[in-house]
Design a protein around this ligand. Structure first.
Ligand code: ATP
Length: 315
């Protein structure tokens, strides 16, 4: 499927004859392939008599040959898919075969992309970055404390280097001007007090300009600064993540806490924290050394942590 999509990814018209010659198939085979691509990926495709076929928007598809050697230099092996249920789910399934070696799962589309608390991450084909980094972590909770916030810093810095004015929202969302551009979901297996595996899931809206089913404000890199090569983005993210994780493992979250707080979009703001059963309103004053949220409530400081917590800015 991707051979034909690769020919079309420039977003220009290509005649059925040209596509057929390039792939060594008949024009009617090209047409059948295109129909399959359209139904499997949901990508809008135009067919204009006399001119041929073109995609509604250009694409930047992942290229295994380009990615694999460079990711290896950073210490990660690559597992690339067209469509997968969830890159985190696949990483968790692959863990037993990988013998503790770090690896990345990347997909062009996710059918059940995961958010926190069973929420869905909308993941259309070929437009965004959906990836999961799997690694072995020793040293227990000390090493894990604040780790998901550190991943947020790496994603944010990768975006800022592209000119996107990204900031962080506790615990691990990345926003631009009140719109969500990326989400992070860490999942653990093993013994969090000793040796465990961490799967770091990252979803970044890259070249997406329209989407159905996202029930909050969102944006993408393309909307902010124009289209980018997703291969280069993945490589840049991997390099930045490696630097941040090394620092985190060497020095702990304390070395990165001030940078995180300086990037928090709601630092010093009045917010409400929802725990599912209760709500707390107060001022966000920062994060603690475990990555928990620090707020002042009625003049007293409190720290909150846990996967069920959700922070909202007060009107
Ligand atoms: P919280 O603010 O408490 O972290 P959240 O609503 O941001 O919660 P997450 O689990 O972090 O929840 O992310 C899932 C939510 O993100 C979805 O419920 C949806 O509102 C939104 N969402 C889903 N797909 C995308 C996407 N591609 N881009 C931006 N936002 C998305």
């Amino acid at each position: 499927m991707n051979g034909l999509l690769r020919l079309l990814q420039d977003g220009r018209f290509h005649s059925g004859r040209e596509l057929g010659l390039a792939l060594g198939v008949s024009r009617s085979a090209v047409w059948k392939h295109l129909q399959r691509i359209q139904s499997e990926t949901g990508l809008p495709l135009y067919r204009v008599p006399g001119r041929g076929y073109r995609l509604a928007e250009p694409l930047s598809l992942f290229e295994h040959a380009k990615l694999e050697p460079r990711l290896k230099q950073y210490g990660w092996s690559l597992n690339l898919y067209d469509t997968i249920d969830s890159t985190n789910a696949e990483a968790l399934r692959l863990l037993p075969d990988k013998d503790g070696e770090p690896f990345i799962v990347v997909a062009e589309a996710q059918t059940s992309g995961r958010g926190r608390r069973g929420r869905t991450w909308i993941s259309p084909f070929g437009q965004n970055l959906y990836c999961s980094f799997a690694l072995k972590v020793g040293g227990g909770t000390k090493q894990l404390a604040g780790m998901s916030l550190v991943v947020g810093l790496a994603v944010m810095q990768t975006l800022r280097r592209l000119g996107v004015e990204a900031g962080l929202k506790w615990p691990n969302d990345v926003y631009v001007d009140g719109r969500k551009i990326a989400g992070i979901l860490l999942e653990l297996t093993g013994d969090p007090a000793d040796l465990c595996h961490v799967v770091i899931g990252v979803g970044v809206n890259v070249n997406m300009v329209s989407a159905e089913g996202i029930d909050q404000l969102w944006t993408s890199i393309k909307e902010q600064v124009g289209m980018v090569d997703r291969n280069e983005l993945l490589l840049a993210l991997t390099e930045t993540l490696k630097q941040y994780l090394e620092r985190h493992f060497d020095e702990g979250f304390s070395a990165l806490r001030a940078e995180w707080e300086a990037s928090h979009i709601w630092q010093g703001r009045n917010c409400t924290l929802s725990t599912g059963s209760s709500e707390y309103s107060g001022v966000v004053i920062g994060v603690d050394l475990q990555g928990g949220l620090r707020m002042t409530l009625d003049g007293c400081e409190h720290s909150f942590s846990g996967g069920e917590l959700s922070l909202r800015l007060d009107p």
